[in-house]
Design a protein around this ligand. Structure first.
Ligand SMILES: C[S@@+](CC[C@H](N)C(=O)[O-])C[C@H]1O[C@@H](n2cnc3c(N)ncnc32)[C@H](O)[C@@H]1O
Length: 260
């Protein structure tokens, strides 16, 4: 069984200067970078990954390192209640496992180091390590996986607003827009929301809640809005729709907190 050293490098959530010293060292150990394009209109994200390589990796592409770009199998899922949902999820997972396996087997030579660049921090809503574990379970490759942490979007958010993530001694919920709307109103106490394509903050009871909302954090297009949810929800929806139309894609994260 061939063995492969694999680095999963958190590159921060937008600003190239979020790249840590440890990440720079890891970037310079890699021979092959795997860049998975999520499709849609997120060319900006691929461009940022390129910029990070140009800026932080010594030597040039082609001589010092190679870049392998592929389209990431897209998650095209219907309604979670539909009969084919579980099968669709399974087939999407299988496609990714196949892709990662063939990339590591065919594009990386024995003794070379492969690196996956993970947006933000690799442990937060990112399936790279999960998929790599599943590749390892197939038993066709012996993988030595190392993870380099990165500055996540939620940490970029709290830093930009200069606020703590938790209230004193309090709990934090980190969730998605889809889960937020299903929460009991009283449970929405201190909640960070990622992956919200449909302004779920506008669907919860705003009484007593303050929002800190950030889009394209750490990039030149960054937008920040904060205030009582009841007062700013409509404004955020408008700003968000305009920015999304202008850029073709949207990345936003927010914190909802019940003020004592
Ligand atoms: C697939 S998750 C990946 C999160 C990433 N691993 C992290 O550490 O931030 C993508 C979601 O992260 C959030 N996100 C990532 N980068 C962002 C940024 N620069 N500004 C605002 N939100 C961001 C958005 O909620 C987006 O839908």
């Amino acid at each position: 069984v061939a063995s492969r050293e694999v680095l999963v490098i958190g590159i921060g959530a937008g600003d190239p200067s979020y790249v840590t010293v440890q990440a720079v060292e890891a970037l310079n150990r890699a021979d092959v970078f795997v860049v998975l394009d999520k499709g849609e209109d997120k060319d900006d994200l691929v461009a940022l990954r390129r910029e990070i390589l140009d800026r932080f990796v010594e030597g040039d592409e082609g001589t010092a390192y190679r870049v392998v770009e592929r389209a990431d199998p897209e998650r095209r899922l219907g309604d979670a209640t539909s009969a084919s949902y579980a099968a669709d999820v399974q087939s999407w997972h299988d496609q990714r496992i196949d892709l990662y396996q063939s990339l590591l087997r065919d594009e990386v030579a024995d003794g070379e180091v492969a690196a996956f660049l993970a947006w933000g921090d690799p442990s937060l809503y990112d399936s790279t390590t999960r998929v790599l574990d599943q590749v390892a379970e197939l038993g066709t490759l012996d993988l030595a996986i190392e993870v380099i942490p990165g500055i996540s979007s939620l940490h970029a958010l709290t830093a930009r607003f200069a606020i703590p993530l938790n209230q004193i001694g309090g709990a934090i919920t980190i969730t998605t827009g889809r889960q937020l709307v299903a929460m009991e109103p009283a449970a929405i106490d201190n909640v960070v929301v990622l992956l919200d394509g449909r302004c779920s903050f506008a669907q919860v009871d705003p009484a007593g809640l303050t929002i800190w909302w950030g889009a394209y954090l750490g990039t030149p297009d960054e937008i920040l809005v904060t205030g009582p949810l009841a007062e700013v929800a409509g404004h955020i929806q408008q700003v968000r729709a305009e920015a999304r139309a202008r850029k073709g894609w949207m990345f936003d994260t927010y914190l909802l907190r019940r003020q004592p």
